[in-house]
Ligand binder design. Structure first.
Ligand code: ZN
Length: 91
């Protein structure tokens, strides 16, 4: 066993092999819908690591992926968190 120790609510996804710091984080990395009756399969899949990183996920020092809770971060809907891209000036 070389990976992080799994205990408590920490879990490893059997589909993509990533480790998650909480069940909620694990749930959030699964996107898409389950198959409807009659459908061959749904669109349920794992987020790619690049997609998670782009969405602000972070990997803890122990190797667990976590999506920072926006409420805990205090960002909320109070205003834009990102700097708007600079205007392109025509020559
Ligand atoms: Zn996964």
């Amino acid at each position: 066993m070389t990976g992080p120790t799994l205990k408590g609510c920490r879990c490893q996804c059997v589909a993509c092999g990533e480790y998650f710091g909480s069940e909620r984080a694990f749930d959030r990395h699964r996107v898409g819908d389950y198959a409807e009756p009659g459908q061959w399969r749904g669109t349920r899949r794992c987020l790619l690591l690049a997609e998670m990183m782009a969405a602000g996920w972070q990997r803890s020092a122990r190797g667990f992926l976590l999506q920072p809770d926006p409420r805990r971060a205090g960002a909320g809907d109070a205003g834009p968190r990102v700097t708007l891209p600079a205007m392109e000036v025509a020559p």
